[in-house]
Design a protein around this ligand. Structure first.
Ligand SMILES: NC(=O)c1ccc[n+]([C@@H]2O[C@H](COP(=O)([O-])OP(=O)(O)OC[C@H]3O[C@@H](n4cnc5c(N)ncnc54)[C@H](OP(=O)(O)O)[C@@H]3O)[C@@H](O)[C@H]2O)c1
Ligand SMILES: [Zn+2]
Ligand SMILES: [Zn+2]
Length: 449
């Protein structure tokens, strides 16, 4: 890098420094000046050089190494990156040439590599297509994460098919990401390049509204979902606000941890939010991705756990996950037999059920908590609520601090989602298997397989 502006050229020593330099050459009548910005450990530093190198040389070298098209992309990113530096005008005399070059020996340099290759949803009921997209410059508060694994949540399927009416095509699904930070925006905090992190459903929040300041960032009205108007983790990289890229505990199994980031968080949150006691009797309706993790969490929490399933073949495994009892979720007689017995009933299904019978399983002061996206309204007779002082509630995922607590709990109790691995290249097959109800119990896409 030292040679970058003195004519030695980026190709003369490919192992040098391993960083990226932006060379801005400014011509001011009599003199030629050059400034470089280099990235070390993902942090941008400005360095002045007394003499400009040969701009033509740099451009040619760049064309040889990354090609003219990539050079144009890097060029555009570098411009906006430089312009975003507070208090640093580009140059009083204006920029005549701006050249960027990139040494491939450094992963840090990827801060300006704006392309992301992933599996795009382009329209409802269309297969995902592998494409490379221009992600633009990295936001100041954002980090870029190289994806290692990504879970496949039912919400990905619902979004791909626009079941909820809020899909913004094209987008890359995937919001149960395990990855490695490869670049930091200039104002990103608390993370370092090379750190292992997880990214879930929420990708960013305003950080200054009442919800955010109360520690409920997941309830922020301006929060950004990872796969709504943003690209997710069925890709080689994704980006997130630094607060939402949550560091992983040291002793966590990376290959199976992805599903904890959305599904796990979602079913863990009620235990925190409602101060569930270890003496509670907890029911889990639907033993799929979320449900099987709920059984594991509830059992580790110390509760007496009842699994409700419509799939008899899941009964034995539900017990292996920690369920003390298994009940057929669509059998009125089975539901009647446990009437009035549960303190918390966690509903993870995404279909209509016999709600009267399910509410009937609640004990006095019991709570039915809905996390599955049930399309139709759920009828709740007032008499059921009033007579036993019962409650019905729902919640989305959790705040970054909840995610960190959930991950620590999972690591301590060795709670691992039961996963099936697919290579990322089989993202379509993975979605089809989930849709067919065949996933046991969560599919994880491997980015490096
Ligand atoms: N609140 C949130 O923030 C949040 C976060 C993540 C996901 N979600 C939502 O939670 C729901 C579940 O997600 P998931 O990833 O766990 O899905 P999943 O793996 O497909 O599991 C859903 C389970 O529901 C049960 N089920 C499906 N069809 C049924 C039917 N006709 N009758 C009875 N039971 C049926 C099945 O369990 P059995 O075979 O045991 O019956 C199935 O395994 C989705 O709606 C998803 O969008 C919400
Ligand atoms: Zn999800
Ligand atoms: Zn906010």
């Amino acid at each position: 890098m030292e040679n970058s502006s003195s004519g030695g050229g980026p190709c003369s020593n490919p192992n040098q420094a391993g960083a990226l330099a932006i060379i801005e050459t400014v011509q001011d009548d009599m003199r030629v000046e050059c400034r470089t910005w280099t990235l070390h450990g993902g942090v941008q530093k400005e360095e002045h050089r007394p003499r400009a190198g040969s701009c033509k040389f740099v451009a040619n070298a760049l064309d040889r190494t990354v090609g003219a098209r990539s050079r144009a992309m890097l060029f555009a990113s570098a411009r906006s990156l430089i312009r975003r530096q507070p208090g640093q005008p580009v140059h009083p005399t204006g920029v005549d040439w701006l050249f960027v070059f990139h040494l491939f020996s450094s992963s840090e340099a990827s801060i300006l590599m704006t392309s992301i290759t992933g599996w795009l949803a382009t329209a409802p009921n269309q297969p995902l297509q592998r494409q490379t997209i221009d992600a633009g410059p990295l936001g100041e508060e954002d980090v870029e994460v190289s994806v290692d694994y990504c879970g496949v949540c039912h919400s990905d399927l619902s979004m791909v098919q626009n079941e909820w009416g809020n899909a913004r095509y094209p987008f890359i699904p995937g919001h149960e990401v395990i990855g490695t930070v490869n670049a930091l925006g200039s104002h990103a905090k608390g993370l370092r390049v090379g750190q292992r992190v997880g990214v879930g459903w929420t990708n960013g929040s305003c950080m200054h509204c009442q919800s955010c300041l109360s520690g409920d960032q997941h309830l922020c009205a301006q929060s950004v979902a990872t796969i709504v108007g943003h690209n997710g983790g069925f890709a080689d990289k994704l980006r997130a606000h630094w607060a939402w890229a949550v560091p992983l505990p040291e002793h966590i199994d990376l290959a199976s941890a992805g599903p904890l980031l959305c599904g796990g968080m979602t079913v863990f949150k009620p235990f925190l939010a409602y101060h569930i006691l270890p003496t509670a009797r907890v029911g889990v309706v639907g033993i799929g991705g979320l449900g099987h993790m709920a059984v594991k969490f509830a059992a580790a929490w110390g509760c007496e756990v009842t699994a409700f399933t419509s799939t008899p073949a899941k009964a034995r495994e539900a017990r292996d996950f920690g369920a003390h009892h298994v009940v057929a979720s669509r059998d009125p007689a089975a539901l009647q037999a446990i009437a009035g017995s549960l303190d918390l009933l966690l509903v993870t299904v995404n279909v209509a059920m016999d709600w009267k019978a399910l509410l009937g399983t609640l004990a006095k002061r019991g709570r039915m908590h809905v996390v599955g996206v049930v399309p139709e309204p759920i009828p709740v007779p007032s008499f059921v609520l009033i007579s036993g002082q019962r409650e019905v509630s729902g919640s989305p995922t959790g705040a970054p601090v909840d995610i960190a607590r959930m991950l620590a709990f999972a690591a301590r109790h060795d709670i691992r989602p039961q996963v099936e691995h697919f290579p990322m290249s089989q993202a379509n097959e993975a979605l089809a298997r989930l849709e067919a109800g065949k996933a046991r119990y969560r599919i994880v896409l491997d980015a490096h397989a």
